[in-house]
Unconditional design. Structure first.
Length: 130
């Protein structure tokens, strides 16, 4: 399942690497936030009985997008990009409270239920293509 998400997301991640890298004056911060909104919005709302682990795995592409943007921004010494996206990008979960949750909480590794080794492998693949 995670491999399929990574394969489907890889072209977007490559574009994010280049876009964030060359956005020297942060004039595209709204665009990066919009990308995260759209990727998180791709998840489907569960109907009736559902598997929470599978549902949370739908956040994997958004996690990869946030990590890609963050890694490139920090590498370019523009930490404010990651801080802004981590705090300002907010979403509601389709169940539970109606509170808006920041990206750093919704896309936390423990919430996405991503095995650490997969995360490291995915991050290394993204960085090595930059």
């Amino acid at each position: 399942m995670y491999d399929d998400y990574l394969t489907a997301t890889r072209p977007l991640l490559a574009l994010l690497v280049e876009g964030v890298h060359y956005d020297r004056d942060n004039s595209h911060l709204d665009l990066w936030e919009d990308v995260l909104d759209r990727v998180v919005g791709l998840r489907s709302t569960p109907d009736g009985t559902f598997n929470e682990i599978v549902w949370r795995a739908q956040h994997y592409p958004a996690l990869l997008a946030l990590l890609t943007i963050g890694l490139v921004a920090v590498h370019r010494q523009r930490d404010e990009v990651l801080v802004r996206l981590g705090r300002r990008a907010r979403w509601r979960e389709p169940f539970g409270t109606d509170d808006l949750r920041p990206a750093v909480e919704l896309l936390h590794l423990n919430r996405v239920r991503l095995p650490h080794s997969d995360f490291v492998h995915a991050a290394m693949g993204i960085v090595s293509s930059a």
